[in-house]
Design a protein around this ligand. Sequence first.
Ligand code: PA5
Length: 446
Amino acid sequence: MIELNLEGCSQFVTKEKFAEFTEKAVAAKKILESGTGAGSEFLGWNNLPSSIDSEQLSAYLEIVDDWIGKSVDLVVVIGIGGSYLGAKATVEALSHTFTDYFQDTCSGPRVVFAGHNLSEDYLAELMDLMSCRNVACVVISKSGTTTEPAIAFRFVKAAIEARYGRQEAASRIVAVTDRSRGALRILSESEGYRSFVIDDSVGGRYSVLSPVGLLPVSVSGFDVEAMVRGAKDAQAALSGDDVSNPAVRYAAMRNALYDSGKKIEIFGSFNPKLQYFGEWLKQLFGESEGKGHKGLFPAYVTCTTDLHSIGQYIQDGERNLFETMITVKNTRRYAIIEETSDNLDGLNYLSGKSVGHCNRMAQTGTRLAHIDGGVPNIEIAVESLDEYNLGYMFYFFEKVCGISGYMLGINPFDQPGVEAYKKNMFALLGKPGYEKETEQIRKRME
Ligand code: PA5
């Protein structure tokens, strides 16, 4: 479960204003759960955790067992945006920080990601890695036509087929895609790939608790059952409409702050393992709320690292921001600072203390300094960084995002703005069907 602390906002938002926004949040939650708001055809995520059964989880594990049986040691997971960030966030949060350097001692396949950029170097280097590993692939695309993953899949598929032959390749490629539409569905059927369905009612950035996130997490060797249990507990705990519901309270406060002129929400953590969780948050909130020239701009900082760079701005720059810090209360490991005889670095006053203690004091000190500097602070704490709490947090933030979107008066489940760059890129690349746009854009560039 999560603990929400809004104390760090009390001097910026009056009790009356918070009460007013809490009422708005309760109303928005009713709209969300009754399916009467804009984009209500994309509410499948709301009840996704409780719909997951052990049969689904076993199907992922069957694939893992099959690949372990073939001694697969590298699985390339292809996807972008919502078809990438949830799995990447989970794998990064749960993995040993230096996992890449332990390659000979780890058991089970290692997961790497592709299809989330158009970097030629990245793709070429992936081919280098694949050439010396025993490889399988999970390709994830709801539409099946997104340019970045489609290009990466062409290369990865060709490399796997060249190495193992087409028939064996079919047992090494698994697709996660739409039930009936799109190129990837057609290909899966014609090639005989095993496949999983992304339901029509689940949009990309709300899909981490579907096969989109759960299959790569299973392949990485993490406990998806615990992740789903965390999400199920969150679904149950956050279903009430009352004013003590943390999803309602957090949505109320962030919207009250936005209304008071705070236009940027800086998410952050003092745990570097949450960096990609921060990327997931940026997509969830940025793609959901940034519409009609409205919405909080989501940023992410890793502390204390970023306190030595962007920390200056947070403390002292424009006062149009607030921060939401994710605290992991318990570390997995301990490192105690020892006394030295010369004490040249002056650290003996910390001898016997853990590095975690120093990190906690840094966090408390930063929080107070930022509040004194005019930056409201929201704290979201979990006991430990594990599958259960990640599952809980994924659902929690999705719920907050849905509620917040309706409070803002926008559709939190579409992403019309993403099309603008694609249209220009297709015109510039000369994609069939874009002839008029190609002519127009070339004129602009003369
Ligand atoms: O949230 C979204 O809908 C997007 O970020 C998509 O997930 C992303 O564009 C990838 O789309 P697809 O899964 O169709 O390849």
